[in-house]
Design a protein around this ligand. Structure first.
Ligand code: SF4
Length: 477
């Protein structure tokens, strides 16, 4: 069972990954600086590439690069992005791979002027549209879904930018929270299912948009409201207009945002992420209680759920695993005899809290099981008498097609193994998961409507085409 991963040390972050974060600002004297700070606050949503496009009302100015926001931008690059309006993007590569060509926002000149697009999500019919456009002579520079949207906008015969964007998006299916910038307007739009979040805020006289309202805090902006599923907000010299250009669908916001992706201080859809994670922990204690001496989280994402579990179970909560916050990419590896090096770099056991104890260790999810196995071993090596693993979400059995980086179904350990088998693989004394019903209840949702839970249930709200192996020109620099 999964033996090929036993010695695999590169997979030390065994999580689903959000693909992107977006930030936009209109009407600020420091638009590029605000976009930079907004992206910094959204860095957890993507660490592979970042970009900002600004406008002075005449032209678009672009800077993009591979790496963290702080590495891609310097004071001098931000100075070269003038104007009172900007959109920005942080990217974790899924559709399209890690390549500078796929960094966003994508900016082009076309028959109607200049336009830039920043996209969070995945289109489920992107390949089908791409094939159709290529057959009609379109040439693609990137492998990202976003370029498909840009082509559809450019080919639209509608008269205004707003109508061209709506026309383009009506041909797509799937997940998008999009920001579109031209020298004359900023458009923010969320797909009719509302898979990925997008919020509107106010910064003195300026409007701001962000994947999560936590980005507003850093620029001292005030949260106004979420962009509704299927809503298109247009800001231009006349002010703000809200449009509903799409057929209505039953909302399907990604419930995994609450489990792991969003920052704990975010409030999405009116629900505070930290509070919902604590509720997941409380429910987990009721559904999967076990006799133990101490509850410890896998930091940082497991902390709120572990607090909730400990409070509900009446057990002490301790930080038995300490996370190093200074881990970047490690280029120097020790001799191969040091096992599980990657996990050791990130996590360290606090022996004094673990030795001789029956430990309940709380994590938010298990994807392949590789990291859980290493953590359980680390706790045993630190002297734990028993290690009970509790997961504050249901088993992740299905991949995501709506903008989250997930491995194939065959790599998801819960897709082919029972809970007992997974417990055996991760070498835990016992393993317990949260039920789907309790997960929904924890985000204040009594049924399954309103949220996508497809990675737990396989009930996909929007049909998808199996992703193809997209062609990619190699760029040698
Ligand atoms: Fe979120 Fe899972 Fe649905 Fe993807 S499949 S949108 S990760 S709930």
């Amino acid at each position: 069972m999964f033996s090929r991963h036993d010695d695999d040390d590169h997979d030390d972050d065994d999580h689903f990954h959000d693909q992107c974060g977006v930030f936009g600002v209109w009407g600020s004297d420091e638009a590029a600086n605000h976009a930079y700070l907004g992206l910094h606050a959204l860095q957890h949503r993507g660490q592979e590439a970042a970009g900002i496009v600004s406008s002075d009302g005449v032209q678009l100015l672009v800077h993009r690069g591979l790496g963290l926001v702080q590495d891609v931008f310097s004071a001098s690059t931000l100075e070269r992005l003038p104007g009172d309006r900007a959109i920005g993007h942080v990217r974790y590569s899924t559709a399209g791979g890690s390549h500078i060509k796929n960094a966003q926002p994508i900016a082009i000149d076309y028959a109607h002027g200049s336009i830039a697009v920043a996209h969070n999500g995945n289109l489920t019919n992107a390949d089908e549209i791409r094939r159709r456009l290529e057959a009609a002579g379109s040439i693609f520079q990137t492998t990202s879904d976003t370029e498909v949207v840009v082509h559809l906008i450019a080919r639209s015969t509608e008269r205004s930018t707003v109508d061209r964007v709506a026309d383009a998006l009506r041909q797509t299916k799937g997940a998008y929270s999009l920001l579109v910038l031209t020298p004359q307007e900023l458009i923010a739009v969320r797909d009719p299912w509302g898979f990925r979040p997008l919020s509107l805020g106010r910064l003195k006289g300026a409007f701001v948009f962000a994947s999560e309202p936590v980005a507003f805090e850093l620029v001292a902006a005030e949260y106004i409201r979420d962009i509704e599923p299927g809503e298109m907000v247009v800001i231009d010299k006349h002010g703000l207009t809200s449009l509903r250009p799409f057929e209505r669908q039953e909302p399907k916001m990604c419930i995994f945002e609450y489990v792991y992706f969003a920052r704990p201080d975010a409030t999405l859809g009116g629900t505070n992420v930290y509070e919902s994670r604590k509720m997941m922990g409380r429910a987990l204690a009721r559904e999967a209680y076990v006799e133990a001496d101490v509850v410890i989280p896998v930091p940082d994402s497991g902390v709120p759920a572990a607090l909730g579990y400990a409070q509900e179970a009446g057990l002490p909560f301790e930080l038995g695993l300490v996370r190093s916050h200074y881990v970047g990419r490690t280029f120097i590896e020790p001799q191969s005899s040091i096992r599980h090096f990657g996990v050791r770099l990130k996590l360290s056991p606090n022996r004094a809290l673990i030795q001789g104890k029956r430990v309940v260790v709380i994590d938010d999810s298990i994807v392949r099981g590789t990291t859980s196995r290493k953590i359980v071993k680390m706790l045993r090596d630190a002297g734990a008498r028993a290690v009970h693993l509790r997961i504050s979400s249901p088993p992740t059995r299905w991949p995501c097609f709506y903008g989250i980086d997930t491995p194939s179904r065959s790599e998801l350990i819960a897709s082919s193994h029972s809970i007992e088998e997974i417990a055996k693989y991760v070498t835990a004394d016992s393993l317990g998961y949260l039920s789907v019903e309790a997960l929904h209840a924890s985000v204040g949702n009594s049924g399954s409507t309103g949220y996508c839970n497809a990675c737990f249930t396989g009930e996909y709200p929007v049909a998808f085409e199996k992703p193809s192996q997209r062609r990619q020109l190699a760029l040698v620099m």
